[in-house]
Design a protein around this ligand. Sequence first.
Ligand code: SME
Length: 156
Amino acid sequence: MTEKSKRYDLLVQQAQSLLAGEFDLVANMANLVSLVFHELPDLNGTTYYRFVDGELILGPFQGKPACMHIPVGRGVCGTVAATQKPEVVPDVDQFVGHIACDSASRSEVVVPVFRHGSFWGVLDLDSPKLDTFDDVDAKYLSEIAEIIFPENQKES
Ligand code: SME
């Protein structure tokens, strides 16, 4: 197992412990983005967007103020809303339509969040360094992002 996978296995356990038994989704999103922001290296943003009335709307986040509404198909987050597949962006300047909330962002990963099989929103991580994320990040972050839901909590 790689160092990165080990770190993520620990992060999954930390998220499970932190959110165990709590069913308020705002509280869970708030603590989850804080945990991820402070535990993973090289981040300048961790942001939930919920899918509401056909668009993404800003949820709890860590980092600089972010855009509040993102239409499906716009930017990295809107692309993930359209495809419902993770996007790993090694260089945001090469992603046509990237929305720059924080001009320090250089790379990004966005994963779709599902609840009961339906698209629910996205979790977006930004890095001030190029090429920070890969498919391992996307895989673990997809799991971690859904620990906000009580039915995914191990000790609830
Ligand atoms: N960069 C994102 C916008 C959201 S902020 O980074 C928090 C995008 O292109 O969708």
